[in-house]
Ligand binder design. Structure first.
Ligand code: ZN
Length: 497
């Protein structure tokens, strides 16, 4: 009896998963290969499919199934799956269908409006549709409901169980530590160690390097792809179909290399989720914070580490034999780790990066409390950049228009970047304790043991626990910025001593 109900439950989820797979591919295609004039029919198709997903989630029959399963003694895995699906459904039933489709339609259009406005530095062209997106998200937050403040309803979508009030003290502690460390670095004087990288790096070589590094990380190209897009991203519809994108700049090797490693970290997580549970909560990522912990861990703790430079120097020599004179591992290490307050978040170094995120978190929170309006954003943005980082954008392209997120309705998303950085350090520290020769392995380009550790402790568990619980079980520590601050102090203290 129980098996029969559970089988109907899984069958229903597979229908939702099929629609989400189609939506995922439409979204991926929109950012990679879709011709510009394809936008309007694409927006309509996505809105329609999003409506169908909503219908299938909220349908009474499915609610009845979940109700029945909730009343049964289920084995632990099944109980966790049902609990998480009920959570998703409880949220979905509160949001009116017309709001769901209007959001899908508006955000698809807003993405293109944003891309144009950013290219031409035209904030007034983007502001009206952003105000519309914010208005719709405010309605969504009110519909979903919250205990503390409206922002919590949005944050919960990306970081289940987290609230602004919970993460605020952790972020405050982090800010204090970062500002202190920036002071030490500033006192040491400016460094331009990255000037050695200023040379032309042919795109075909950069592409080969990205693929080589991704293979070394364990990314399976029979279950994934690498393409290009303006804003690199990862889209996973199942563990055996994971799409990464990167971006190439002939004068900037770091851009493609670290975009590829970052997205590769996301891709490894997607490929490591249990394949047989695809489309069910235990086959899905725990949270965006944990997702980002994986991308940042490969990008920074591995990809910007001194041991990795031994491996990288060898790869560069093989791929660009006539362009790497003078680029030994120590030179590369300093070049890829210059700390310099800058305007663009995705190009920021490890020390200043989170100040960019904390600012966005505070602006978004104020927006949803009603303390500020969309029209206030450019000026507030510039004021905060000056106060926090000592640099002031000369235009909105370098300021409030730089990120794609708000255009696709991802409000409440930014804090997951900092949560991810915090978790990445805690996880890497624990992996290092379990794998004592990790540095030597990284230097040799043998990254499989680290991936195995992540597979076992993080990827295999899907959404079984909240992010802080997953981290606590994997490492003994929950959400706590101690390891992250220690890591930064040790690394940059030595680099800037
Ligand atoms: Zn990421």
């Amino acid at each position: 009896m129980m098996e029969k109900i559970y089988a109907s439950y899984l069958d229903h989820l597979q229908g939702i998963h099929a629609l989400n797979t189609a939506l995922g591919l439409l979204g991926w295609d929109q950012e990679t290969y879709m011709p510009p004039r394809g936008l309007h029919p694409r927006a309509a198709a996505r809105a329609h499919l999003t409506g169908l997903v909503h219908d299938r989630v909220v349908v009474d029959h499915f609610g009845g199934l979940l109700e029945e399963l909730g009343g049964l003694e289920l084995p632990e895995d099944m109980a966790a799956s049902v609990r998480e699906t009920r959570r998703d459904r409880d949220r979905a039933v509160k949001v009116p269908r017309d709001l769901v489709t209007e959001l899908a339609q508006t955000t698809t259009l807003a993405q293109q409006t944003w891309a144009r406005a950013r290219n031409t530095d035209d904030w007034p062209a983007f502001a009206p549709i952003l105000a519309k997106v914010v208005e719709l998200k405010r309605r969504e937050a009110e519909a979903v409901g919250y205990q503390g403040e409206p922002y919590d309803a949005l944050l919960d979508e990306y970081e289940p169980g987290a609230s602004a009030a919970d993460i605020e003290p952790v972020f405050a502690e982090l800010r204090t530590g970062l500002v202190e460390l920036m002071g030490v670095i500033h006192a040491a004087g400016p460094r331009h160690d990255d000037a050695v990288l200023e040379r032309e790096w042919p795109i075909d070589g950069q592409d080969r390097l990205s693929r080589q590094v991704l293979k070394a990380m364990g990314f399976d190209f029979d279950a994934g792809r690498l393409d290009t897009s303006t804003h690199p991203f990862t889209s996973g519809t199942s563990p055996v179909d994971v799409r990464l994108t990167t971006m190439f700049d002939p004068l900037d090797l770091a851009k493609s290399l670290y975009s590829s490693i970052h997205e590769g970290g996301h891709g490894l997580y997607e490929q490591g989720l249990p394949e047989t549970l695809a489309g069910t909560p235990l086959g899905q990522a725990c949270s965006l914070g944990i997702h980002e912990s994986q991308s940042r861990l490969w990008e920074n703790q591995v990809g910007r580490s001194r041991p990795f430079m031994d491996y990288l120097a060898g790869q560069l020599k093989a791929i660009f034999p006539d362009r790497v004179s003078g680029l030994g591992p120590d030179v590369l290490y300093r070049a890829f780790n210059v700390v310099r307050p800058s305007l663009i978040r995705i190009e920021a170094d490890e020390v200043t990066y989170n100040l960019h995120v904390l600012m966005r978190f505070e602006l978004e929170r104020a927006l949803f409390r009603g303390d500020i309006e969309v029209s206030d954003l450019p000026a507030l943005w510039n004021e905060r950049m000056t106060a926090d980082l000592g640099v002031t954008p000369e235009n909105d392209r370098e300021g409030v228009l730089q990120d794609i997120h708000w255009s696709f309705g991802a409000l409440g998303y930014f804090p997951t970047y900092t949560l991810g950085n915090i978790y990445s350090a805690t996880l890497f520290d624990a992996a290092g304790r379990d794998l004592p020769d990790l540095d030597a392995k990284i230097a040799a380009g043998d990254l499989a043991p680290l991936l195995d550790w992540m597979r076992t402790h993080v990827h295999a568990h899907g959404r079984r626990w909240t992010s802080s619980e997953l981290c606590r079980r994997a490492t003994g520590t929950g959400l706590d910025c101690t390891h992250f601050l220690d890591y930064l102090r040790t690394k940059f203290g030595a680099l800037y001593a």
